[in-house]
Design a protein around this ligand. Sequence first.
Ligand code: 5GP
Length: 120
Amino acid sequence: TTPAYDDNNVFARILRGEIPCRRVYEDEFALAFHDINPQAPVHVLVIPKGRWVSFADFSAGASAQEIAGFWRAVGEVTRRLGIAARGYRLLSNVGADGGQEVPHFHVHLFAGRRLGRMVA
Ligand code: 5GP
């Protein structure tokens, strides 16, 4: 079962403008901003504007337009950052076993150095 969405999670507050962020990109479907604790030279978070706890409920419940708009925005962020040629990594933590801390679906975008192999 999907956990209820918490309207006071930190990314909901960023979407409402209650907490500042270093914005990279925004459109009707998504907002992208720099992670407050970067793990790579480029570490950006891309979040949908809808109330989705994780990829699990986003992928099951969002409209085709929302899903397409969100993933198109992720690509647009990579183009605006100029990282596409050298490469980058997309990652989303889902739920307890996935180590998710903020309960609003987000995709991490890492770039700017040769990233290590991901090993669970
Ligand atoms: P998770 O573990 O949920 O996938 O990642 C949450 C991410 O959100 C972490 O990388 C953390 O540094 C970032 N984060 C947490 N609070 C804030 C905040 O207030 N502002 C920004 N820009 N990033 C945050």
